[in-house]
Each structure stands twice: as C-alpha cells, then as structure tokens.
Design a protein around this ligand. Structure first.
Ligand code: LLP
Length: 433
C-alpha cells in the first residue's frame, strides 16, 4: 500500500512503522524525529548477502555505503548482518572503529583523503583503500613504507557509463572528479606504476556509475568495460586483478510511481555477465564487491514533524509549515527529490488536499515538497515523510542554528534512541569568545 513494507495503518487510523504507532513515537520522543525500522534494514542487508551466495557462489561481499546514513547503531547492525562497509572519510571510519567493525571488510573511498585519514586507515589495517589519483597513490606508498606495511588497494576507474534514475548514457565522461580515465591511458599508466611500487599491492578495480538507478543494463555495461580493462592489464603486464567492485546505486521507491528492480536481479544479471566474459577471455572469476547505500536504509526510514501554520494563498497554493525542513532533509532543496507524505494521525483518511510543505528555515527554497497530496491538515497534526532513511540524517545541517533531530530505531515492541536530539548547548559547544 505504501512505498515501504514497514509502513502500515493501525486500528486508530494512525501510521505505523515496524508495527509502532508513529503518533505515539512523536509524542514520546518529540519532533522532528527520524525513525528507522531495524527489521527492514536487516532484511535488506540479508537480501544482498543472499543474492551473492545464490548467484555468485558467495565469492563476493556486499558493503553498506555508510554515507547513506552513518551512525554507530547502523554500523553495528551492518556488522551483525555480516556485510562490509564503504567509508569515505575519517569520520565514517572512526564510527566504524567505535563499534569494532571488522576492518578487513572496510573499503576506504574518497577523491582527496588526507594524510591523517590514510594513516588512520593503515594503522587500523583497513581492508582496501580505493585510490583515486596518482598523487594519492604516491602518498600512500610513502606512508605505507614509513609504517613498514603493505597497502592493499583498488583503483577507482571512470568506466564511461553514467546512469540516472530512468536512463543511462555511455560517454567519455572524462569530466568527473572521481578516478582514472580509461580512454586517455591514464588508468593503465596508474596500473603500471602501482605494480612497480614496493609498498602497494594492486588487488582490484572499482567503479560507481550513479545513484537511484532503475535499470540493470548500465551495471552490465560497466562490468563489461571493467572486465575488458582487467583483460588488457593481464595481456600488457601479465598481472591478474582479483577483485572487482561495482559500486552502489540501486534505486528505491520514494513515490508510488517509482519502480525499482528487485535487488536480487542485479546480482543475477551481473553475475551472468562476469561468468560469460571470464570464460571467454580466460580470466579467473574476480571477487565481486557491491556497495548499496540508499537501498539498505532508504525505505526503512520516515521523518515525523509537527504541523504548525497552514497558510492558504487563494488561487496560488497552500503552505503547510513543519518544525523541521532543509536542515534535516536538504534533498528537495538540492535535487527537487520527490517524497510521499501522510498526516500520521489521519493516515486512513483520503488525501483530499494538495499542498506545499515548508520547513522553518529562513529561506524560500526550504521546502520538503510541492504539489503533495495529503489528508485534511490542521496545526498540531503529525506529518510523516516516507523513505527518508538515506541521505537525510547524513546530509543534515545546523543551518539557522536549528538543532538536529533525534533518531529512533524501532524493532517490534522496542523503540530506542540511537542518536540523541541536539540541544542549544550542543549548538554553541564549539564556539569560543
Ligand atoms: N559507492 C560509492 C563509491 C558511492 O559514491 C556511492 C554514492 C555509493 C557507493 C552508494 O550509492 P547508493 O547505493 O546509495 O546509491 N546525496 C545523493 C546521493 C549521493 C550518492 C553518492 N555516492 C542523494 O541524496 O540522492
């Protein structure tokens, strides 16, 4: 009925998430409130893990791209589910360390890792460092040499496949800040250099073709291109790449019209492509890594707000103001991302209004959506916005010095705070006079 399996309506006509009444959650924990359903996160993790077992003989690893939502509790769940972790900063790595995440399953990304970040990664024996450019390669080699260790790396490659929600294009795509280009020979030069560097072990290649993708074709194309490059490396340098990381990007449902592919189908198709190509070109089957972020946590989350003023501008539009906004969810302001919303305390009623939901920031663009169908709405109602588990908390800000919301994790009858609500004291914590 809703965009996510974990949402429903109870006998009071209230929206539930993971079986918990959202109106009660809002009353107990206050608003705005991020609510995440633990079972949904766990079952998404398990689906990816099982699909690698089923379609690729278990010869791979699904890593959760923690940029989608990085908290200690979520890293802990991912660890318990046996997935790896994609981190892209010292802060994400530090969060993983704080829950004793098995470091051998951590992939460290980023196009400009600092010396401190690289040292942190080496010191804790992070499984793989995904090297973005030559400067980083040389820096990492010298840091590893000083630490008397070997850095196991992947190269980030621009495969020339760029995918968006409903389409993808194959272009040169040299113009990206991430990774090495194939067509200029830059990637092959880097490979040659890496093979020769004493404190670097080149294990694999990585690519990431986009986010919120609804097609399988672009992933198949990317796999083909990457395997072709692996073949060329073998032919030119006699060097066998053993790991292929195809990144994340699997789409999720935000609004009823979204039709994401079942996650299992990606692995099934990509696995066929990899098997076929490897057989034809005499390559060993590589260890496959995928990095889903949004599709692990996106639909597991809702954000609850309290409705304040309702401003009707005759013949123009109705603004419904809520007690959060672009501070806790900047995605509409940034990308005009669409969401579905309901009045949680009237969830069983028909949607009879079309409104613009406005946040409380001092900025006209602070909207959570326009032309949104919604139930009859009045001040004091609880508004629930769906599919906010990914890239909401992780992209939140303190604009206008608004404290960030709390995050509650629900699991059956249990509901526990996993991120405390910020206070005004938190807001001035780092200020000095
Ligand atoms: N791996 C790499 C190297 C990535 O750069 C990303 C996302 C992922 C994995 C995970 O992609 P996912 O499965 O979550 O699509 N802020 C934007 C999304 C940016 C994605 C950046 N990279 C948004 O709110 O839509």
């Amino acid at each position: 009925m809703f965009v996510s399996d974990c949402l429903n309506i109870n006998e009071q006509g209230h929206l539930t998430i993971g079986g918990r009444d959202t109106v009660e959650l809002a009353q107990t924990f206050g608003t705005p409130l991020y609510v995440m359903d633990e079972q949904q996160i766990r079952s998404n993790c398990a689906r990816y893990k099982k699909s690698i077992d089923a379609f690729y003989g278990g010869n791979g690893l699904a890593c959760y791209a923690s940029k989608a939502c990085c908290t200690r509790a979520i890293c802990q769940i991912v660890k318990e589910e046996g997935l790896g972790l994609d981190v892209v900063s010292g802060g994400e790595l530090y969060t993983a360390l704080s829950v004793d995440f098995p470091m051998e399953k951590v992939y460290f990304h980023g196009n400009n890792k600092t010396v401190e970040e690289l040292l942190l990664a080496l010191e804790h024996h992070v499984g793989r460092i995904v090297v973005d450019n030559i400067t980083e390669l040389e820096l990492l080699n010298s840091l590893a040499k000083a630490q008397n260790c070997q850095a196991e790396i992947l190269f980030r490659i621009k495969p020339g496949v760029e995918a968006h929600t409903h389409q993808f294009i194959r272009t040169g795509q040299i113009d990206s800040k991430f990774g090495f280009a194939l067509e200029t020979g830059e990637a092959m030069e880097a490979v040659k250099k890496a093979i020769a560097l004493p404190n670097i072990t080149l294990v694999g290649l990585h690519c990431h073709i986009g986010s919120q993708i609804f097609d399988i074709d672009p992933f198949e194309h990317a796999a083909q291109i990457m395997l072709d490059f692996i073949r060329q490396i073998k032919e030119q340098h006699g060097y066998e790449i053993t790991e292929l990381n195809l990144g994340g990007g699997f789409g999720v449902k935000y609004v009823p019209e979204d039709k994401p592919v079942e996650y299992e189908r990606y692995m099934e198709k990509v696995s066929q492509v990899v098997h076929n190509i490897c057989q034809k070109s005499g390559l060993k089957l590589p260890f496959i890594v995928i990095e889903p972020g949004r599709s692990i946590v996106g639909t597991a989350g809702v954000t609850l707000y309290q409705v304040g003023g309702v401003k009707e501008i005759p013949g123009i539009r109705t603004y419904v103001s809520v007690d959060g906004g672009m501070g806790d969810n900047p995605r509409y302001a940034l990308y005009q991302s669409e969401y579905e919303a309901v009045i949680a305390n009237k969830a069983a009623q028909p949607k009879v209004r079309t409104v613009t939901i406005a946040g409380k920031c001092c900025e006209s663009g602070d909207l959570l959506g326009e032309n949104m169908p919604i139930q009859e709405v009045a001040p004091g109602d609880t508004l629930a916005v769906f599919s906010t588990g990914a890239y909401n908390y992780s992209m939140s800000s303190n604009y206008n010095r608004i404290p960030k919301p709390a995050m509650v994790l629900v699991n059956g009858t249990e509901a526990r705070v996993v991120v405390k609500r910020e206070t005004f004291e938190d807001i001035i914590r780092n200020d000095l006079l």
